[in-house]
Structure formats: C-alpha cells, structure tokens
Write a protein that binds this ligand. Structure first.
Ligand SMILES: Nc1ncnc2c1ncn2[C@@H]1O[C@H](COP(=O)(O)OP(=O)(O)O)[C@@H](O)[C@H]1O
Ligand SMILES: [Mg+2]
Length: 450
C-alpha cells in the first residue's frame, strides 16, 4: 500500500466492519461505526450479494452530504469482504493526470481491484536441525580451495527423526544461509530451496538467548516429509506490470528492482495475455480470482468519456465491484451540457443500487468523536467533547474530527494531558473548515477582480 493510501485509510482506521448482527441488523455502535443504520444495513445486503456473485454488472452509489460516512461505509464493506480482497480508492479528479490517459488511470484502478490467489501444493522436508555435517572435497581446479560435495542432514519433528544425504546445491544453500543446529527449516524437495522458519523453542531455551532477529517457532509435528500448501495473492495490475517488464526485455533484475524505464501505459495486448494466462491458471485449479472493490469518490468529477469507459468495464468478465460516492444532486455531466442526477449518464444510473446517507444527530456525532479520540489516543474533557459535537453538527463532522489532533498538541504544549474547551476554541480560531476557506478565497478574488 502506498503512503498516500495509508494516510487516507488513517482517518477511517477505527472501522472494522459494518457492525451488523446475524440477521443483518445494525447495532447503534458496532465495528467502529455509529448510527446511519439503514445505510449500513443496505451495505450489509450488498456484501451478501457480492459474496453470492450477484453483483455482476451492477454498481453501488453512496449518496449524501459531505461527512455523512460515505467513505466510512465503503471501507466497512471492504472489511466485511475479508483481508485479502483488494480495496482500491480513487477520487474522481485523480483521473486527470498529465502523464497518463484518463482511461488508463481507470483501467489500472479496475485491475488493481481484482485479486488473483494462487495455490500450490509442494513436497517439502520440514523439521528442526539435529545435525548438519557438510562434507568438503578439494576444488577440482584449485587445490587450495575446498568445495562442499554433500552433507549429512538430520531433521526432527515432535514425532520422528530422519537422516538424509543432501547434494551440493542444498548443502551450499544451507551454508550460505548460516543454518545451525536448533533451527527449523523447510526444504522444497523439487527445487532444493531452503527457508529458515526460525529457531526452535527448545533450542532457544537451551541456548538461553535468541539469535538476532530469527523468530522462535515450535518444533513441527507429524512426518518430516509432507505436502504443504502455499498461498499468495497478487492483482491483475501487478501481473500486467510483470508481463510488461518481461516483454520490454529488462530481464530478472528489472523484474525484481523495477529498474529501467518507468512504465506509463500498458498495451492492450499485454493485458489480454495476462487475462488469458490467469484463465488458464484458474482452469488448471492453480488460481482463483478474487473480485475486490474499486471505490470512486467524487464520481461527478468523471467526464462523459470516463463514464462510458467505466460502463463498458462493468460488463467485462473480469470486473471488480464498483462503489461510487457523490454529494451532488442534479448537475451537468462533465464534458457535456446534459444535466443529470449526480452528474452521471443514464446508462450508468440504470445499473446502480443507491444508498443514501443522512447528517448525524448530536448523539451520533458525540459517539463518532469519542471513537476517533480513542483511536488517536487523545483524551478530551466533557466540555471539549461537547464543543466538538457542536462544531461537528454545525460545521462538519470531518472538520470536528480534524480539530482533535492540533487541539491535543496545544494541550501538550501547555503541560496538560487532557484536551479542554479552551484548546478546542483556540484551534477553531486558527484552522478553517473547507467551507470557510472557500468563502475566504472568494472574498479575496472579488477584491482583486474589481
Ligand atoms: N457512522 C460512522 N461511524 C463512525 N465513524 C464515522 C461514521 N461516519 C463517518 N465517520 C468518520 O467521520 C469522518 C468523516 O466521514 P467520511 O466517511 O469521510 O464522510 P463522507 O465520505 O461522507 O464525506 C471519517 O473519519 C469517518 O471515518
Ligand atoms: Mg468521503
């Protein structure tokens, strides 16, 4: 996840799900979400539809004024879908970049939102090293050097102990990884690849200290030789990049370190190849597709061209779930003179399930602010909370949430651990809400344009 993504999720880090019971009813407070009951229950039904594969070709629109939890609910949906289901956020205005075509930005976002999970079963040897004895012979051309020819390796689990003679490849890799008695290792039987899993708990106890950063792990149980399933998840976008780099001939080095030319656009043939390859993997039972969520905020910022691209994308076989958010009512579709609901073309509106969100009551605002304060480790006294509740309802919830951190900083400077009403008043005077800063700039523009 990029730094920017983290910062964005940061404001919503308290959200762990949709806070619904088994019947799909929203608790007043649940999973970090407060109130907005109907929208959360609607979102819960959307999660069910997604899980049952019944959302294909459809999309969701969260429609409501700023600060009513549209992004919060989209994140709640993502959390309910599970941790390795991709969730990608894009703001409508971000498609207008100087370097990349807007349809390419959208395409990338769509493909980032589709996960591919690979599974592979491999035969491995796994156990704690009881003995590792490399056998050296003189180098064939340089008698002053010695090379490893083979090694005797004894591995143990809780249930058995087996001795092997391993060839030079495995022996050399073991030596280069600095393996020693007491370490738990896993060796891929086919490739000979060695992975150090950690130091066994028994060995660490005997040593009386830990070895560097190597974690302590239990001695495995069962047989030494076994089948193990490996699972890893990637996205179509990552595969596009890999295929693209392989094609541009950078070799393994550029594959690993992303060297060489910065990719700007990926040609459609590469993407078609990736799709083809992924389908083969799925058919062979080696991979599974995980459609994730693409959340597009400020959807009215897309123009007619971007909308028709999106509309087509929703029809394709490999499409993620698209959740959009809008705080506009009737407005012009960008790039046209047509006025339409949420500034969206009708063919896209036809596909939508629309979830409205409403402004919060003082009680709901209070609970949300308390959850955020706890999340940020900020202590507020009662008067401070009440003042924030007022700003939250009168100005905006986001503004009230954002005042907390500077207020806490001011309290700290003044040697207090608890934020008081005074701190809140002080930061209220020093920071503007979005509405205020727009007003402020408008007044200046008027002065200059006279
Ligand atoms: N129902 C809610 N429960 C808990 N936190 C919420 C809720 N609604 C909004 N928030 C939090 O309030 C802030 C503003 O809400 P946000 O989701 O960004 O609103 P919107 O996207 O509608 O403008 C965010 O920090 C968000 O996580
Ligand atoms: Mg938002």
């Amino acid at each position: 996840m990029s730094a920017r993504m983290l910062a964005r999720v940061g404001a919503h880090s308290h959200i762990k799900g949709l806070g619904l019971d088994e019947k799909g009813r929203a608790k007043f407070i649940g999973d970090g979400l407060v109130g907005q009951i109907k929208a959360r229950e609607a979102a819960g039904l959307v999660v069910k539809l997604i899980k049952e594969g019944k959302m294909a070709g459809r999309a969701v629109l969260l429609a409501g004024p700023p600060g009513t939890g549209k992004t919060a609910i989209a994140i709640g949906i993502a959390r309910e879908l599970g941790s390795d289901v991709p969730f990608v956020q894009l703001s409508g205005s971000e498609i207008y970049s100087a370097e990349v075509k807007k349809t390419e930005v959208l395409m990338r976002a769509l493909r980032k939102a589709i996960g591919v999970r690979f599974r592979e079963i491999r035969r491995v040897l796994e156990g704690e090293i009881v003995e590792f004895e490399p056998h050296f012979v003189p180098h064939p051309f340089n008698p002053y050097q010695r090379v490893v020819q083979k090694a005797k390796l004894t591995l143990r689990t809780k249930d058995e102990r087996v001795t092997y003679t391993v060839g030079p490849d495995v022996a050399e890799e073991m030596i280069s990884r600095g393996v020693q008695k007491g370490m738990v290792v896993m060796i891929d039987k086919e490739t000979g690849r060695v992975s150090v899993l950690g130091i066994s708990e028994d060995a660490a106890k005997e040593l009386g200290y830990d070895i560097g950063r190597i974690p302590r792990v239990p001695v495995p149980s069962g047989p030494v030789e076994k089948d193990r399933e490996f699972v890893w998840t990637t996205t179509l976008d990552e595969l596009d990049e890999l295929f693209h780099k392989r094609k541009s001939g950078g070799g393994i080095f550029s594959l690993l370190f992303g060297g060489g030319e910065e990719r700007k656009e990926i040609d459609p043939e590469t993407r078609a190849q990736v799709d083809e390859w992924v389908k083969e993997q799925v058919e062979a039972g080696k991979a599974e597709i995980l459609p994730g969520v693409l959340f597009i905020d400020e959807i009215h910022m897309l123009d007619i061209e971007a909308f028709s691209f999106l509309n087509r994308a929703l029809e394709s076989e490999l499409a993620p779930i698209v959740i959009m958010a809008s705080n506009r009512g009737l407005t012009k579709i960008r790039g046209t003179d047509i006025v339409s609901p949420h500034g969206m073309p009708l063919d896209l509106l036809d596909r939508l399930l629309i979830i409205p969100t409403y402004p919060y009551t003082a009680e709901e605002t209070r609970e949300i602010l308390k959850i955020r304060a706890r999340e940020e480790g900020i202590e507020l006294d009662d008067e401070a909370i009440e003042l924030l509740v007022r700003y939250g309802t009168e100005i905006s919830l986001r503004y009230a949430v954002q005042l907390m951190a500077p207020a806490a900083e001011r309290a700290k400077i003044n040697g207090r651990t608890k934020v008081t009403k005074e701190d809140i008043e002080a930061v209220r005077e020093r920071f503007a809400s979005v509405e205020e800063s727009i007003q402020h700039l408008k007044e200046w523009e008027e002065k200059f344009l006279k």
